[in-house]
Design a protein around this ligand. Sequence first.
Ligand SMILES: [Zn+2]
Length: 264
Amino acid sequence: MPRILSKVRSALSRVRRALPGGRPDLVRGFCPICDRAVVFRIDGEWLRDQFVCTGCGSIPRWRALVHVLQTHFPGWRKLAVHESSPGGAASDKIARECPGCVQTHYFPGVPGGQVKDGFRCEDLENQTFPDAAFDLVVTQDVFEHIPDPARGFAEVARTLKPGGAHVFTIPWYYWKPTLVRAVRDPDGTVRHLEPPDYHGNPIDDKGSLVFNEWGWDFCDFVYRASGLTTTVIRIHDRHLGIDARFIEVFVSRKPGGEPQPPPW
Ligand SMILES: [Zn+2]
């Protein structure tokens, strides 16, 4: 009898392990990118890169950005959108579902406006788009890598329509002032003020140099550079697979336009 009981127990525990409920590394939820019920998998403690949707492979900051698009700009699929430096499941979703989206990369040496490897080349600091071309500009972990971010934010503002918004992520060190890690001198050379730090880059195996670790003064910087007012949105919601450090979503609004109240 005890043997039968132990067999039943081990069979039950096998079933439990096979179900998400019995495995602490699996979380049932709803993926904003897949737009359906999914299972999220936790591969390690650094949730920012290790809390993965088993449906689309996305990570929390991508889901956070899409969730903000859905909740703050429910009509985003019909808008004119520019995404600079796309990469990953959120960018793929935007490309797939928003016909009015143009995604650009910066290829050094290629003139702005020209197409290379299927992407229009645009330098965020010197864009060839006309003024007021877009309802939304999207960037994901890009602005820590821009040598002259004031110019980059000013260009984003120039290309937005009145009432338009820049929706973006950056790693935000909100507990300290901005740390300038590197600057570009007038002759174009990069001068390091701190040991070089590189992040992964979808179009360059060498990675991207971090110029700025943005801190508590960040929203003021954006305002001074561009006149855009920034709201920081921080979501911790395991059901949406949005839980990690450094996954704040920023919405910088250009003054003007008609307010678009939410559907509720
Ligand atoms: Zn997903």
